[in-house]
Design a protein. Structure first.
Length: 161
């Protein structure tokens, strides 16, 4: 699977500060990293993330995330605490990444079917839509949003050049 969303996600996640900020949002507020990257990618291509589109996207991926991505993530993290499990943990990590990539493929398909208006997209608004949908709106969540936005802003500036 090659598409501009996946390519953006790989580039963005590798950028300084992005992985840490995404994982903080995931671990502290239960946010889906792929949805955060989708929101950022949409902003990068000049499209706003509407709440109804986000809800459709969430509905399309929730079962995959619950049954594939999250169990693999839990197993990988559990293996971290076991002695002599590094090789197995690396294999599970590769499976987790494959599951994440499949989730993005599902998201790409939904994106292709959606009618998303162009213009007027901001990184802050798109990310805030994801946070709000997850009810992560308190001061701590706003601080996390600001950190994520700052990290992803560097990516946006890099793609604009």
């Amino acid at each position: 699977m090659s598409n501009s969303f996946w390519d953006y996600s790989l580039m963005a996640y590798a950028a300084p500060g992005v992985a840490g900020a995404c994982l903080q949002a995931q671990d502290r507020f239960g946010l889906d990293v792929n949805l955060l990257l989708y929101a950022a990618w949409l902003a990068d291509v000049g499209k706003p993330l509407q709440a109804d589109h986000l809800a459709s996207m969430e509905e399309a991926i929730v079962q995959w995330r619950r049954r594939a991505v999250l169990p693999l993530r839990r197993l990988r993290r559990d293996l971290k605490e076991l002695e002599d499990a590094a090789a197995l943990r690396d294999q599970v990590k590769a499976l987790e990444l494959a599951a994440e990539r499949h989730q993005q493929m599902l998201m790409w398909r939904i994106h292709g079917e959606a009618e998303i208006p162009g213009g007027g997209a901001s990184l802050r608004d798109n990310l805030a839509t994801v946070f709000a949908a997850s009810k992560a709106v308190d001061a701590s969540a706003q601080s996390c949003l600001a950190t994520l936005m700052e990290a992803l802003q560097g990516v946006a500036e890099g793609t604009a050049q």
